[in-house]
Design a protein around this ligand. Structure first.
Ligand code: NCD
Length: 306
């Protein structure tokens, strides 16, 4: 049973196919409106979410399928002590595919080992978020036309930001990528990702604390929120939360074709004034998230029926 736990579960060819499928869905939505008729998606969310859960649900509804699930752990039997493994076995009796978000790293993997239907990781702790990465890749493709020869800046909480971890893994497969890591010293990209991904694949990268100094060279700026819920103490969060605020003054230093991305939710790190700049892509990214999840649900259900 094929599940999607890490972005590395997909080959480069499969990612290309998903992007092509999402582009076809965008161009011909009517063609897909009954593609998942009588199929059910279960969204099992043990952590807060707006976009990820609703885009999964909207995706399944637009494919003609139905959705069921829960949006907080307390409203499921997890509150009574049920294991993720047992929940996965149970939901396999009611649905055809699962999207799961969980605060514990590895929980969706455990679910995938116990379910008899495909499981999609919709975010596991500070670890991975492969469907956000597919969303980001579709956005980069639609904005830039390819993944090669790009200088990509990641700014903010690179330590706990799971979307950053998954996107760096995905981009490391393409050629001539340069990465600029912009963060406070306390929130630097974990060394295992630098070693296993950037260094292992020979991708040039620099680390800096200055967004102003980095921004003029960037083709893509991927902003992130400081991940309050992963901090061990509130004081550190309060000290670090407003380290970077992208505003119009900083946008004036950037290339005319920069693409500003953010997985959202935004807190303070992008000034609302930037939203009307044509280089702001984060709300387009939200919409792309629905289309790429449509493509992914179609693919996994098709494979499960083989
Ligand atoms: C991200 C997440 O949950 O990791 N949000 C999302 O899925 N769009 C980013 C975040 O919470 O900061």
């Amino acid at each position: 049973m094929k599940s999607l736990i890490s972005i590395l579960d997909l080959s480069t060819e499969e990612i290309d196919e998903l992007i092509a499928k999402a582009n076809d869905i965008i161009a011909n939505p009517v063609k897909y409106q009954d593609a998942c008729a009588h199929k059910k998606l279960a969204t099992l969310f043990y952590e807060p979410s707006t976009r990820t859960r609703l885009s999964f649900e909207a995706a399944m509804l637009e494919l003609g399928g139905s959705v069921l699930g829960f949006s907080e752990a307390n409203s499921s039997s997890a509150a009574k002590g049920e294991s993720v493994a047992d929940t996965a076995k149970t939901v396999s009796c009611y649905a055809d595919i699962i999207a799961m978000r969980h605060p514990k790293e590895g929980a969706p993997f455990v679910a995938s080992q116990n379910a008899t239907i495909p499981v999609i990781n919709a975010g596991d702790g500070g670890h991975n978020h492969p469907t956000q990465t597919l969303t980001d890749l579709l956005t980069i493709y639609r904005e830039k036309g390819s993944f090669d020869n790009l200088t990509i800046g990641f700014c903010g909480d690179l330590k706990f930001g799971r979307t950053v971890h998954s996107l760096i893994e995905a981009l490391s497969r393409y050629s001539n990528i340069k990465v600029v890591l912009i963060s406070p010293v306390e929130l630097k990209l974990p060394s295992y990702i630098k070693k296993d991904v950037l260094k292992a694949k020979g991708i040039p990268y620099v680390q800096t604390t200055s967004l102003e100094e980095a921004i003029p060279d960037l083709d893509i700026l991927y902003m992130t929120r400081v991940q309050r819920e992963r901090f061990f103490n509130e004081e550190d969060y309060l000290r670090l939360k407003d380290t970077y605020i992208l505003d119009t003054a900083k946008m004036n230093l950037a290339k005319p074709d920069l693409a500003v991305m953010h997985p959202l939710p935004r807190v303070n790190e992008i000034s609302v004034a930037v939203d009307s700049d044509p280089r702001a892509c984060y709300f387009k990214q939200v919409l792309n998230g629905k289309y790429i999840r449509m493509a992914l649900i179609l693919k996994l259900l098709e494979e499960a029926s083989k």
